[in-house]
Design a protein around this ligand. Structure first.
Ligand code: GRF
Length: 231
């Protein structure tokens, strides 16, 4: 049987890029992906350094140089398309996207969000989970639609909220789960097992996911080899 060509992926970041690192590690460990470029809207994002260390092309497009969201997103789309990706991965890309941009990558763009969606869309999710008295928090990977953090959810992982947690300790525990589920979801797409179907739901192995796949740490570790983190 002919080998499937690796899926070309463009990763968008704004910061540390630890989720990017998890994807780089997955690629190194044999996931059928090729990270074609990493694009940041912030020139000093540490994730750019992570990419350079692995010989991945990097680009910076500062939103500050643009008069409007539309103008920025138009150039961002043109830049992404130069790498002809099959998938755009938002990994801590801290920008609200225009509907035109979202439409351009319909079914070909995923995001990771640090909460058990639909709970806690938007920012400061860890602080809000603590204030709400949650005993459990987590992370979700979803296809991106025009609704902020509202697209169909693919996979989630839970993390317990411990009595002494502050937003920082809780964020660190959730981030560990992010590093497990994001490569898993991207790998499923690359393997042709997962797609956003016409019914608006993610389909995994031909079956609609009306609920996100909930994956425990142990299961994810089997799916995706453990991440080697460089902070
Ligand atoms: C992650 O918590 C992600 O869920 C959120 O921003 C953070 C990015 O972290 N959207 P990193 O840059 O991948 O380390």
């Amino acid at each position: 049987m002919a080998e499937r060509r690796p899926l070309a992926v463009v990763v968008l970041i704004s910061g540390s890029g630890s989720n990017l690192q998890a994807l780089i590690d997955a690629q190194l460990q044999g996931a059928p992906i090729r990270i074609a470029a990493v694009i940041s809207n912030k020139p000093d994002a540490f994730g750019l350094e992570r990419a350079r260390r692995h010989g991945i092309p990097t680009e910076t497009l500062s939103h500050r140089d643009y008069p409007s969201r539309e103008a920025f997103d138009a150039d961002l789309g043109a830049l992404i398309d130069r790498y002809d990706p099959g998938l755009v991965v938002l990994a801590g890309f801290m920008r609200i996207l225009t509907s035109g941009f979202v439409e351009r990558y319909h079914g070909r763009m995923v995001n990771i969000h640090p909460s058990l969606l639909p709970k806690f869309r938007g920012l400061s999710t860890h602080q809000r989970a603590l204030e709400a008295g949650e005993t459990e928090h987590g992370a979700s990977v979803h296809f991106v639609t025009a609704e902020l953090d509202g697209g169909p959810t693919i996979i989630q992982a839970r993390a317990p909220v411990l009595p002494d947690d502050d937003a920082e300790t809780l964020a660190a525990r959730v981030l560990e789960q992010e590093h497990r589920i994001y490569p898993t979801a991207v790998r499923w797409i690359a393997e042709g097992r997962l797609r956003l179907a016409e019914d608006g739901l993610p389909h995994l192995d031909g079956e609609p996911l009306s609920e996100p796949r909930l994956i425990s740490g142990e299961e994810a570790a089997l799916e995706a080899p453990r991440v080697r983190l460089v902070m």
